[in-house]
Design a protein around this ligand. Structure first.
Ligand SMILES: Cc1cc2nc3c(=O)[nH]c(=O)nc-3n(C[C@H](O)[C@H](O)[C@H](O)COP(=O)(O)O)c2cc1C
Length: 468
């Protein structure tokens, strides 16, 4: 085998993964009405399980009962109470039909000020650590975003609108004064070509969560995590990267509180560590239970890598047994959590591994198997994950294992997937025409031997029965 390190099993808490290849958590918006998993969500994950991933990490599932109303552009999957359980158990059961594929739910106590505050009723904006709105710095857009903004301009207005799209290489160089003037024009253009995206770029002012609300979310998180294992999830990951609610607490950019949830790093991490402690108490010592964190916020005044390493140590002491690496927030979308290139994230992994006392680390950002293999053999990460590459080619693991690398359909970093999500569109892919239509291609995932054997036996016993 060409890439033995990728296919070496590894222990994660009380589960063994058959290989080191995980599917990165990605919300592609296929959730059904009111936050229930849809048939398309199940087919989407099942095809990746069929493709040979050792671990599937679900999209960010929100357990916060205080939802924003109205605008649903990101269409999150929910796990608020029992109403949602059977949809999750349907998914885990399906995934377990595939040879030893494990599934981890990524659970979030909310998206806070990135929960599209202006979409909720003005009387009840989204809850966050402090009443500080988020704002994307458009100087941080990368090539993929620019390509998509150009496409949106062309589709919304026509070829003539493409000329209105600014030269973002020049924008990058702007000082604050030049940028302030540019921003007014840019937001005007955005309002014309993708109004549903406006709230992702500039949010309204959130309200400060009360202490009672925070404690309630901590308790609810432990309850929903406990339920997740009962519903068949093999692992649970706390979602704390990318500028969402838990990240907002960690960062002094967004957390100006004066109580025990603000101030020192330990205080800012308290919401996260309380969640971990309360959950670990409920689920026992062995379950695979991890956390995803940004390696660095990559914004002025944001949380740095050194501080994040201290957060990792606090999380380890609180009870997690694996760490998933990412970076950035919505305020820095391009350079941050979906960069143009490959292997951006391993720069944070060794620091996280050391700070956690050697816990298994998962790192995304790969396209080519040799780079992924090297990230493991060089000791930078224990498990690699594929985000956009798993969209482009769900069969990456089995193709690599079978020596059919030439058949891999490679992600071109066009950022179509992301932009579809942000503009409330059905997520599609520039290089994989089946994306978004997985449920119609049952032959591509239902040929799992485990399921087939049972079904064939059942059908055999029902063969040639007369009608009575
Ligand atoms: C469409 C899309 C949705 C995403 N949703 C999530 C999410 O729900 N939770 C999360 O932690 N990361 C999310 N991410 C970030 C990915 O997990 C991953 O870190 C990122 O895409 C970089 O890895 P890649 O280069 O392998 O794609 C998302 C990425 C994409 C492209």
């Amino acid at each position: 085998m060409n890439y033995p390190a990728l296919f070496e099993p590894i222990q994660l808490g009380n589960i063994e993964l058959k290989n080191r290849i995980a599917m990165a958590p990605m919300n592609v918006g296929y959730t059904g009405p009111n936050g229930y998993h849809s048939d398309q969500s199940t087919a989407w994950y099942a095809m990746r399980a069929r493709g040979g991933f050792g671990l599937i990490i679900t999209e960010c599932v929100v357990m916060n009962p205080h939802r924003w109303g109205g605008q649903q552009s990101l269409n999150p999957s929910l796990m608020i109470d029992e109403r949602y359980y059977r949809y999750h158990s349907e998914l885990t059961e399906m995934i377990h039909h595939f040879s030893d594929c494990k599934i981890c739910i990524q659970l979030s106590p909310g998206w806070g000020r990135q929960g599209h505050p202006h979409a909720e009723s003005r009387d009840c904006p989204a809850g966050a650590p402090s009443a500080i709105p988020m704002e994307t710095d458009l100087r941080n857009l990368n090539k993929g975003w620019v390509r998509q903004i150009t496409r949106l301009a062309r589709e919304a207005v026509g070829e003539e609108a493409v000329a209105l799209v600014p030269d973002f290489d020049k924008v990058k160089e702007m000082n604050d004064e030049e940028y302030a003037a540019f921003k007014v024009e840019a937001l005007g253009l955005l309002a014309m070509i993708a109004p549903e995206m406006g709230h992702v770029v500039v949010g309204d002012t959130p309200r400060e969560l009360t202490k009672e609300e925070i404690v309630d979310l901590e308790d609810r998180f432990a309850t929903q995590t406990y339920a997740s294992y009962k519903l068949g999830y093999d692992a649970v990951e706390v979602h704390a990267p990318h500028g969402y609610l838990l990240h907002q607490f960690l960062s002094s950019r967004s957390n100006h509180r004066h109580d025990e949830y603000g101030g020192s790093l330990e205080n800012r991490a308290r919401f996260l560590t309380n969640i971990i402690v309360k959950t670990r108490e409920k689920i026992g010592p062995d379950k695979a239970f991890g956390v995803r964190l940004s390696g660095d916020e990559l914004m002025p005044g944001g949380i740095t890598h050194d501080e994040m390493k201290q957060v990792v140590t606090l999380c380890k002491d609180a009870g997690v047994n694996f760490i998933n690496v990412s970076q950035g927030s919505y305020e820095n979308p391009g350079a941050a959590f979906a960069p143009d290139g490959e292997d951006e994230f391993t720069r944070w992994a060794p620091g996280f591994k050391e700070a956690s006392g050697g816990l298994p680390v998962i790192t995304p950002g790969f396209i080519n198997p040799e780079i992924a293999e090297n990230a493991i053999t060089s000791g930078k990460t224990d498990i690699i994950s594929l985000g956009r590459q798993s969209i482009a080619d769900p069969f990456w693991p089995v193709k690599v294992k079978e020596g059919r690398e030439k058949d891999i359909v490679k992600c071109i970093r066009c950022q179509r997937c992301y932009m579809d999500l942000m503009t409330a569109n059905w997520c599609r892919c520039s290089v994989n025409p089946i994306v978004g239509k997985e449920k119609y291609y049952t032959e591509l995932f239902l040929d799992t031997p485990k399921l087939k054997k049972k079904v064939d036996l059942f059908l055999k016993k029902a063969k040639d029965l007369p009608q009575i």
